[in-house]
Design a protein. Structure first.
Length: 108
């Protein structure tokens, strides 16, 4: 069996691509911003905040969690979500390297 397309790239490149894809929807950006504002919340709190159906928000939360951007803990019958600092630190380091390189390059 041949190599998949992702096998041709580094682990970091694949991780950044997964995270970037998860951040590629405005509803997910709104969810991240809401979680940053409130620090942690229950899914129903997000439903009250955003103009989307509960099932749609659940799908967006699933995508964010699969990408490692948020984490969730079961509290009774609900899941409490918060930001996953580890993944955001990876993004910070990645974009810091890009900014450093861009600001120190002489280009066109």
């Amino acid at each position: 069996m041949g190599a998949s397309k992702t096998d041709h790239f580094t682990e970091e490149q694949n991780q950044i691509a997964i995270v970037a894809k998860a951040l590629g929807h405005p509803a997910r950006i709104a969810i991240i911003e809401y979680l940053l504002k409130v620090n942690a919340c229950i899914c129903n709190d997000i439903v009250d905040e955003l103009p989307l159906a509960q099932s749609t928000i659940s799908q967006h939360l699933k995508e964010l969690k699969n990408a490692g951007l948020i984490k969730g803990e079961i509290e009774g019958n609900s899941i409490c979500y918060c930001i996953n600092e580890t993944t955001f630190n990876v993004l910070k380091e990645y974009f810091s390297r890009i900014i450093f390189t861009v600001t120190n390059q002489k280009c066109c």
